[in-house]
Design a protein around this ligand. Structure first.
Ligand code: FRU
Length: 517
């Protein structure tokens, strides 16, 4: 259904009249002061963005490519937009890196540093390593003509730190044998086997291909047919090792799913298991479903290749493909990414789970903190801060808490609000955006989303609130919830609340945050 909708949009936008395209976009450039504009999250200056692509660290720069349609604020023939950062906080916009060509438009994919020049793209003595992009060609004309093999994998390379790109003359490097959904290669080097590995989403499962040179690919395995959630097509996989708390190596498979995710619509599941260079094996029973985020707005997230310090850094698209991505009420641009997050494996009563927390670099945005020490919240407590971007670190003492429900409310003068609450009876952490302001653009938007959370003596919440999003990390990142909102006036008031009795706040630390733009 979603792809049908996308197809319709693609058909509409396939033959754009140049003059008309511009009218779809008020203003040519963003100034990052528009209503709803994120102040510490990446968003494009103007026009439509979806998945993060080609995340790679090379020569002191984190590259961020992204699915981009420069001619409109809705999805259209995909390009790769491009930005770089030295610190994962401040981003410099660069020109579009990859444009559609006769083989198709450029869907999601990855970039690797070809350290040993296995591709041969670097001439002898060239000072820079080749950066090689591996992406999906999606041929919209073939799609319209009903060809099933409309998606194939292509490569492009850059010999100048990602500034200019050449498509490989032998594209496609991985043609399609008739799978309608055959996309989103996330390539990495497997050192033990000395070959490249390409996890690829195919329909509702994963296929793994390997290659010595990024040009010729051979299939080695399938995974997932009866494993995990299958409410929709699988998209944007990622496969990488992480250390367990006792120092063993496990492999995490991120597998985005187009619909039927935990908060409705699209979302991100993951698996934990082993990988031998050719095949992924799930450690959990096939029916176990693990969600990376319990909110409605974290999709198509993947991790950086080659990040320094062996950090596994994730970033996701803060929207919901299936439910409303193309109708959210922003005018000049559409969509932003989550903050970059560090992934790690941690032990829980249920076994190993993925934990995530914002990268520490973001601390550079903190202004002087406001603190509240131990205090009983009976009803409401207005916090001593105002302004749009805020970071909260809240600790509650549950032994001394009688309240059935308590938490933090973000709100404005108009009475619009987002409630972040802990419901002790249901044992869920939730975000309720039913009264959040503009919600009429989708019947799916005004909703409450829950994350199961059994707590002990304390509850810790780390919350990042920006102009149109909130990211919540509970219990040191074991639970994450990412949600959008669009108030008619910015939220600038923040209030702790309790219902049915007092809640015991141990400590609140609040940092107003600087804008990155
Ligand atoms: C995920 C996705 C990918 C695809 C891209 C197209 O959001 O559907 O599977 O490559 O977006 O823009």
């Amino acid at each position: 259904m979603r792809f049908f909708a996308i197809l319709m949009l693609a058909v509409v936008s396939l033959h754009p009249v140049r003059g008309q395209e511009q009218t779809a976009l008020p203003g040519r450039k963003g100034n990052y002061k528009e209503q709803h504009r994120p102040q510490f999250h990446f968003s494009p200056e103007r026009a439509w963005m979806n998945d993060p692509n080609g995340l790679v660290y090379y020569a002191g720069e984190y590259h961020l490519f992204y699915q981009y349609y420069p001619d409109s604020t809705v999805w259209g023939p995909m390009h790769w937009g491009h930005a770089v950062s030295k610190n994962l906080v401040h981003w410099e916009h660069l020109p579009v890196a990859l444009f559609p060509d006769s083989l198709g438009c450029i869907f999601s994919g990855s970039v690797v540093v070809d350290e040993q020049n296995t591709s041969g793209f670097a001439p002898p003595g060239h000072p820079e390593k080749p950066l090689v992009a591996i992406f999906t060609y999606h041929n919209l004309e073939w799609e319209r003509a009903g060809h099933l093999d409309r998606e194939s994998q292509g490569i492009a390379y850059s010999l100048d730190r990602g500034r200019t790109w050449s498509k490989y003359a032998g594209n496609p490097v991985l043609p399609n044998k008739g799978d309608v959904d055959f996309r989103d290669p996330k390539v990495f080097w497997h050192d033990q086997s000395k070959h490249w590995v390409m996890p690829l989403a195919v329909g509702q499962h994963l296929e793994i291909f390997i290659s010595p040179d990024l040009k010729s690919w051979q299939k080695t395995s399938d995974f997932g047919e009866k494993e995990g959630a299958h409410g929709g097509v699988w998209e944007c996989p990622d496969l990488f090792p992480l250390k367990t708390p006792d120092g063993k190596e496990k492999w995490v498979l991120i597998q985005n799913i187009g619909r039927g995710a935990v908060a409705g619509g699209s979302g991100t599941q993951y698996f934990i298991g082993s990988f031998d260079g050719k095949r992924f094996k799930n450690d959990n029973p096939p029916e176990t479903v693990l969600w990376l985020d319990y909110g409605a707005d974290n999709y198509a997230g993947v991790t950086w290749f080659n990040a320094p310090g062996k950090r596994r850094i994730f970033i996701g698209w803060m929207s919901n493909w299936d439910d409303y991505a193309q109708t959210v009420p922003t005018e000049r641009w559409r969509s932003a990414f989550t903050v970059p997050r560090i992934l790690r494996l941690g032990s829980t009563n249920e076994g190993l789970r993925l934990f995530q927390e914002p990268v520490t670099e973001l601390k550079a945005l903190r202004k002087s903190p406001r603190m509240i020490e131990s205090q009983s919240i009976d009803g409401a407590l207005l916090l001593p801060t105002s302004g749009v971007q805020q970071e909260f670190i809240l600790e509650f003492d549950l032994n001394a808490t009688r309240a059935k429900e308590f938490g933090l409310i973000l709100r404005n003068r108009l009475g619009e609000q987002v409630v972040i609450g802990y419901d002790r009876e249901q044992q869920v952490l939730f975000v309720d955006r039913t009264q959040s302001g503009k919600t009429a653009f989708s019947s799916k938007f005004p909703a409450r989303h829950n994350a199961p959370l059994k707590t002990g003596k304390n509850l810790q919440l780390h919350i990042l609130a920006d102009a149109s999003s909130v990211e919540i990390f509970a219990e040191k990142g074991r639970i994450a919830i990412t949600e959008l909102f669009f108030p008619n006036e910015d939220y600038t008031q923040y209030q702790l609340y309790s219902r049915n009795g007092p809640a015991q706040l141990q400590k609140a630390t609040i940092y107003p945050l600087k804008s990155i733009w």
